[in-house]
Structure formats: structure tokens, C-alpha cells
Design a protein around this ligand. Structure first.
Ligand code: GLP
Length: 266
């Protein structure tokens, strides 16, 4: 894991935006894995700014989102499709037919299972994901892969945990139906991405971040599996990094990595 600790959430977003742009520049037809939640909003804002300044085009980009709620319509304000349209897709020159969010509008389990399996097939058909953006839940989940999710799981229906439902309550009105099921990319699916960049900011993520980076590999912290990925970059602000035992070492490693990048070994 490459652990990068930066002073503020804004720095985390800028770092992630630079990485996204690197991938876009290097590939003729880049495939991005995208995440929802409050953490990546600053990243999307930055990408939109660069697009509006004429520095970035999304015309050749295909995207696959991690997850979608079951039980609300696609045009519901809190659906992840609406979220992506609102914060990114409607604001840039992306072809909407190149954007994918798991199809979760049906209430028929067979159709939902079929859609989930199709999602993995669609990702494979375009040659896999070049860069997967992730956030992390306070319980260590990635996508909606809740604690005890299999490390080899594929895209599927998942029941949300009590803590996730509580954490996401803030987005729904008091008398509004809040989904407790979702279709999520599986952990096995996520791990097939060529590169992964996980963003975490804020003190409430510090414990999950510690378990992910310094804890044992355990399905109780699904994000801990990123320890086994060849190219996983974890970008944290000071607060999210505040419980790490080896924090000073990660900062030191990053200084050294930058020196090496400039061809300087000492
Ligand atoms: C949701 C999403 C995750 C996201 C998590 C954390 O549960 N399914 O992909 O990482 O929320 O969200 P936030 O960034 O709002 O803390």
C-alpha cells in the first residue's frame, strides 16, 4: 500500500484529481471506477473545474460506479445515479451511455441477480477498470461490501448493516423510505482493477483506516484486503490518519518516494 497523508480534505481531493488525470492522459479509452458518498464530492468538484477551464475532457471515458440502492427509483434524489449525474456527469462532456451504475430499480430478485452478473461481464468486456476510486465506511466497508463480505465476492445484492443504514440516514428525510438493500460491486471485482485509490477524510474514519492499513486481513474490515493489491494508493487527511501507529514512517516513505522519483537516492 502507498499511504499518503496530506494536511486537509482539499489536498486529498487535489491529489486524487491529479491521479485521475494521469490515468486519463495515459489511456486512449480509460475506464474509471467511481464511488459515491460525501468524501469524493471534492474530487468531482475539482474534475468539473478542470473541465470548465478547458483542461480536461471526458469524451473518451467510460465509468462504472460501485453500487446502487435497491428500492428507490433511478431519478430519486438519493439514488447513486442521481448523485453521479448531479456532481459529475451532467457537468462535463461525458457520453451518458458510457456511464454505468448497477441497475437496481427492479424489485424482482431474479432480475436484480441477473443485472449484477451482467455488470461484471460489462466491466470485463471493456477490458477491466484502470483506476477504481474508493471511499471507506466507518465500519471498514468498500462499496457496500459490509463486514464479513467474502474477499472473492462478485457484484451482487447485499444487505446493508445497521451502522451503514445509520450513517446514511442523514441523506433521507425522516418520513422517507431508506433502502436497506443494494447492488454492490464485489470485493473480488474491485480487486481486479489495475489501480485503486481510496480516499478517507475526517476523524470518524480514523479507526477504520487504522484497521485497513495496520490491522490483520479480516473480512470484519473489508478494506483490509487492499493490503494484498499491487497498486493500492490510500490518500488520507491528517484526521483520518490520526490513529495510525506508523504515521511518521508513511510520511517519511512519501518524502523518499518523491526523492527517488527525481532520481535522487540519498
Ligand atoms: C456509502 C458508499 C461507500 C462510501 C461510504 C462512505 O456507504 N456505498 O462507497 O465509501 O458511503 O461515505 P462517506 O464518504 O459519505 O463517508
Amino acid at each position: 500500500m502507498q499511504v499518503i497523508i496530506l494536511p486537509t480534505p482539499k489536498d486529498v481531493a487535489l491529489h486524487a484529481a491529479n491521479k485521475v488525470v494521469d490515468v486519463i492522459i495515459k489511456k486512449t479509452s480509460p475506464v474509471l471506477g467511481l464511488a459515491t458518498g460525501s468524501t469524493p464530492i471534492a474530487l468531482y468538484n475539482e474534475l468539473v473545474c478542470r473541465h470548465q477551464a478547458g483542461r480536461l475532457s471526458f469524451k473518451s471515458i467510460r465509468t462504472f460506479n460501485l453500487d446502487e440502492y435497491i428500492g428507490i427509483d433511478e431519478d430519486h434524489k438519493q439514488s447513486y445515479r442521481s448523485f453521479m449525474n448531479r456532481y459529475l456527469f451532467d457537468l462535463v462532456d461525458i457520453d451518458l451511455t458510457n456511464t454505468h451504475v448497477p441497475a437496481a430499480a427492479s424489485l424482482d430478485p431474479e432480475t436484480l441477480n441477473h443485472n449484477a452478473a451482467l455488470y461484471d461481464a460489462e466491466i470485463s468486456a471493456v477490458g477491466g477498470i484502470d483506476l477504481q476510486i474508493l471511499g471507506i465506511g466507518t465500519n471498514g466497508h468498500i462499496g457496500f461490501n459490509e463486514p464479513t463480505s467474502s474477499f472473492s465476492s462478485r457484484t451482487r445484492i447485499k444487505t446493508l448493516s445497521e451502522s451503514t443504514i445509520a450513517a446514511n440516514k442523514r441523506f433521507f428525510m425522516a418520513d422517507e423510505f431508506q433502502p436497506y438493500l443494494a447492488i454492490t460491486m464485489g470485493i473480488g471485482t474491485i480487486l481486479e482493477s489495475r489501480e485503486i485509490l481510496l480516499m478517507a477524510t475526517g476523524k470518524e474514519k480514523a479507526s477504520a483506516v487504522k484497521d485497513m492499513i495496520e490491522g490483520p486481513l479480516s473480512s470484519m474490515c473489508p478494506a483490509s484486503i487492499l493490503q494484498t493489491h499491487e497498486k493500492a494508493i490510500i490518500v488520507l487527511d491528517e484526521e483520518a490518519a490520526s490513529s495510525l501507529t506508523l504515521k511518521e514512517y508513511y510520511l517519511w516513505c512519501e518524502t523518499k518516494r518523491q526523492q527517488l522519483h527525481k532520481g535522487n537516492c540519498v
